[in-house]
Write a protein that binds this ligand. Structure first.
Ligand code: NDP
Length: 397
């Protein structure tokens, strides 16, 4: 059906590209382009049923991207590099004239600031060019937005509160490792907490608010309130929401390491001089931590991510919990990557597939909850991320 150009060759890309190859009627040609071409070659070596080739590209340089687009002529560009590259890739998409999809919102390199304003500002230009940009099409953001849209459409007349609950009950058997890019992950977790209530954003100290929540097949896990980017678009797109929060589980060992990393200055994102060379401590730390892409082999346990929603149906208050559990071992067996990469890469592929099929295609810049959730929910069940629903239970929140 079409040609897709994927940028980045990390854990998420490994899964997305392998899953694209499992949908060969939709993705007939893949160009996998990244900074270190040998990593793309490694992914491509496992794929034999569709045309795939690799290239080297610096996604910070729109000119390099435009030249590559001109040569390959993609129908869609799937950006699975880092959030720092979002704007340069979007610029290149506009310059060449191709649609865009990503899994994380733009972040400036020198400031851990999560807001959609930079990417939403491209709406008119994508709209006028007749191009689609799909933002945040991983799990969270991504599936959590689709779950919310699905709940609002099928189970509620009005949704009032949303709690996104993200549990990783897996064990990678390392003293400390992050499940996706360490730099992005640590920047996100060490920022101040923030949630939405009664029309206002309220702030908390980092990871200061926490409580035990019970996850299906996992049991109770201490869960920490933190800010997550999809809250910004969800409260805008579902204006009946009175409260929206995001919770993530962390083990004590992880939090102790994180505290030490912060206390000794290794999470700093500003450059320091070391032997006359400028280095950024968190980037140096990334270089010595385990590669998230290599964690899969010994990873046991599962992730459990979902949305707990309260609202009105036929004049009565109703509660609803929709979630997916994903086994690290099963994800590794299928794709060679652990469940955090799997739960992000599969939705990226689904979003790309729905775009190719014309189901998620409209000029402008959109968050996932602004598209029809039904075909996406169907694909989740078919592509390895089945979901489950519970009605009128105690949400604990
Ligand atoms: P990785 O660090 O494993 O992979 C990133 C890839 O991008 C690497 O191959 C890297 O190249 C490449 N890259 C980085 N900079 C450039 C550049 N300037 N030009 C070209 N390629 C570049 O990250 P993940 O696979 O774990 O994550 C990918 C994306 O998914 C991130 O944006 C992350 O924030 C997002 N994510 C979203 C989630 C969600 O649920 N929505 C959850 C998890 C992740 P090199 O190999 O040379 O370093």
């Amino acid at each position: 059906m079409g040609k897709v150009l994927v940028i980045g060759a990390g854990g998420v890309s490994t899964v997305a590209v392998k899953k694209m190859a499992m949908n060969p009627d939709v993705f007939t040609d893949i160009l996998l382009a990244t900074r270190t071409q040998s990593k793309a070659d490694k992914i491509a070596a496992d794929i034999t049923n569709v045309n795939i080739r690799t290239a080297r590209v610096d996604a910070d340089k729109p000119d390099e991207l435009v030249a590559l687009f001109g040569e390959f002529k993609p129908d869609l560009v799937v950006n699975l590099a880092l959030p720092y590259q979002d704007l340069s890739v979007m610029d290149a998409c506009l310059a060449y004239g191709v649609s865009y999809l990503d899994t994380a919102n733009y972040e400036p390199l020198d400031e851990a600031k999560y807001q959609y304003s930079w990417q939403w500002a491209y709406n008119d230009r994508f709209g006028k060019a007749g191009l689609t940009a799909i933002l945040g099409c991983g799990f969270d953001p991504g599936v959590t937005g689709v779950y919310t849209a699905y709940a609002a459409r099928h189970h509620f007349d009005e949704i009032h509160s949303l709690d996104i609950v993200d549990c990783n009950a897996g064990d990678h058997h390392k003293a400390f490792a992050t499940n996706f890019n360490p730099e992005i992950n640590i920047r996100e977790i060490t920022q101040r907490g923030k949630y939405y209530e009664n029309g206002e954003w309220k702030e908390t100290d980092p990871l200061a608010v926490h409580r035990a929540l019970t996850y299906p097949e996992v049991g109770p896990k201490e869960s920490y309130l933190m800010y997550h980017e999809e809250l910004e678009s969800l409260v805008k797109n579902f204006p009946t929401l009175r409260r929206a929060r995001f919770w993530m589980t962390f083990g004590q060992e992880y939090l102790t390491h994180l505290r030490v990393i912060q206390n000794i200055g290794m999470s700093r994102i500003d450059p320091i001089l070391y032997k006359g060379i400028e280095i950024v401590p968190i980037q140096f730390l990334k270089a010595v931590l385990p590669d998230p892409g290599e964690l899969g082999e010994n990873y046991t346990g599962q992730t459990s991510i979902g949305c707990r929603i309260r609202g009105l149906k036929d004049g009565k208050e109703q509660t609803y919990y929709v979630y997916n559990n994903c086994s690290h071992e099963a994800a590794y067996k299928e794709t060679g990557a652990q469940a955090v990469s799997y739960t992000t890469g599969v939705p990226a592929m689904i979003g790309a597939k729905l775009f190719m099929q014309g189901l998620w295609k409209k000029p402008g810049v959109w968050n996932v909850e602004e598209f029809d959730p039904d075909p996406f929910m169907k694909e989740l069940n078919e592509q390895g991320l089945p979901w489950h629903e519970r009605f009128n239970i105690d949400l604990e929140l």
